[in-house]
Write a protein that binds this ligand. Structure first.
Ligand code: SF4
Length: 304
């Protein structure tokens, strides 16, 4: 469905995406994880061309979205967005929140937009709250509206930016189940940003691990959790605090140091300043990403 080819994005002289390539297939649930400043949100914004890439290609259903001649609005309508903070209009009823985009963007008559809005609210179990205002709904209900609103425009591809992170665990499970049902019913493809490793493990088919604007590992989810390869990914999984028997939490896996600034990134491997396996070669030569098992790619000299 989407091929991203050698995507770069610069803001001034600062490169925040350094050559990302990935294929997303129809029906996939792909997730991206990485620390703040790794370029996750910029990558997501480039995917639906809210941000113009500096170079590289984004091929969506055979059309290159970086080509000036392509009608971006047409393709953006096939991409839904679900945000962490719901982004509902507080002064509008839930039904009006559902109908405003179809009426304004697609010029759908009010009656038809309301009928579709009610159908979608019914699908997420909120038809009886159509006349309520966002302030009268719980966080989980607001996120259900956010999802209903995103899929009311019949997208093929839905981007979810930390969309379940703010919800409590039982509500998260309900929202993930809803997303799963909608994927089956409508053949949706999802692209997730989350820092929640439980969501990644149980909901995503494939995982992209990013660090300082680079893709350092790309893998089927089960393979990544069975055997993470890149030292950053290993540190990420090791950093999940475990209860220690006597002395509080065991945080022995926590990485030392800070993520370097993208304004002045390290030469060689972007992770070398914090990597426990760093060699002289790592300080000067950036590792290429390579496939080391079917579908499992890693950018690290340890696997040359
Ligand atoms: Fe560590 Fe070197 Fe691999 Fe980078 S290339 S992750 S510094 S071992």
């Amino acid at each position: 469905m989407i091929s991203v080819l050698d995507l770069h994005k610069k803001f001034g002289d600062t490169e925040v995406l350094s050559g990302i390539s990935v294929e997303i297939n129809k029906g996939d649930v792909v997730c991206v994880i990485g620390p703040s400043g790794s370029g996750k949100s910029t990558f997501l914004r480039c995917l639906n061309v809210l941000e113009k890439p500096s170079s590289g290609k984004i091929i969506f259903e055979g059309n290159d979205l970086t080509d000036k001649k392509v009608n971006l609005n047409l393709h953006r309508q096939k991409m839904g967005m679900v945000f962490q903070h719901f982004n509902l209009f507080p002064h509008m009823t839930i039904l009006d929140n559902m109908t405003v985009a179809p009426m304004m963007l697609r010029h759908i008559p009010r009656e038809e937009a309301e009928s579709k809005g009610m159908e979608m609210l019914g699908r997420v179990g909120l038809a009886d709250r159509a006349a309520s205002y966002p302030s009268q709904l719980s966080g989980g209900q607001k996120q259900r509206v956010g999802i209903a609103r995103a899929i009311a425009l019949n997208p093929k591809f839905v981007v979810l930016d930390e969309s379940v992170s703010a919800l409590d665990v039982s509500v998260q499970a309900q929202i993930l189940q809803l997303l799963d049902e909608l994927r089956d019913q409508q053949g949706l493809t999802y692209f997730f940003i989350t820092h929640n490793l439980g969501v990644v493990k149980h909901f995503c088919d494939r995982v992209m691990v990013m660090y300082l604007g680079n893709l350092c590992e790309l893998s089927p989810s089960h393979a990544l959790f069975d055997k993470p390869l890149h030292p950053y990914t290993r540190s990420l999984f090791d950093a999940v605090p475990r209860p220690a028997v006597r002395d509080g939490l065991d945080t022995s896996g926590v990485l030392e140091g800070e993520v370097p600034s993208a304004v002045n990134p390290p030469k060689g491997c972007p992770f070398h300043t914090r990597c426990p396996h760093c060699t002289d070669r790592c300080k000067t030569e950036k590792p290429a990403i390579r496939e080391v098992a079917p579908g499992h790619l890693v950018a690290c000299h340890l696997y040359d």
